[in-house]
Design a protein around this ligand. Sequence first.
Ligand code: KIV
Ligand code: NA
Length: 267
Amino acid sequence: RMTVPKIRARKGDPEAEPLVMLTAYTMRQAQLLDAHCDMLLVGDSLGNVIYGLDSTVPVTIEMMINHGAAVVRGSWHAQVTVDMPFGSYEESKEVAFRNASRILKETGASAVKLEGGEAMAETIHFLNARGIPVIGHVGLTPQAINLLGSYRARGRDEAEAAKVLADARAVAEAGAFALVIEGVMEEIADEITESVDIPTIGIGASAKCDGQVLVTEDMLGLFERVPRFVKRYHDLAGEMSDAVERYAAEVRSRSFPTDEQTYRPKG
Ligand code: KIV
Ligand code: NA
């Protein structure tokens, strides 16, 4: 399986290809993505995508553990990281360790991701020094929606740009092995990628990041409304409705099931 040191070592290797990361929440999804991805992220975006919540704030550690374990069971090649949900790490580095260790023990994932910059540096250092690899997440941090007020891109003015850059540097210096940069102006993402010594993984950031991540359901076209940074590679919603429409019509016209799908005594 892809390891944390191998991912970390992609930085500064001029031959290295960009890291490929996608979210996964279920066993079957993980099986289908695994061969193509370096990293799978069990994102707390599952709150929106799977549970229909309107933010990631209500996501619980039990949700993350249940889906994390399923994704580890469905993968064998990609490195698996599980998001720490809101409320499970901010209070203190000790609380963060207790919850992060529980996530690793109960899922089999090899790393956790948490949102925040300078305010989380001490926690990241504490976890890393005690055997828990951490991915940082700066820029647009959805768990802070109640403070931010909207999901618009960050770093539009000087002060915001300086804050995102300082956050990124703090996370890298604290010992994170990779950094997700979400929803920032391209030039800020480029400045971060040039100035930190760990791989940056962009989402709504820049093509020059050391890797890219998207929410799988978004790139597969399962949702009507997606952020500007999503490229849709398929129309899965359309294909699903077509299949379900055909099934419903066949049930109603009694053309399903047929002999092929029916048990009968032999002879
Ligand atoms: O929860 C998530 O899916 C994420 C990615 C968008 C980076 O944090
Ligand atoms: Na997340």
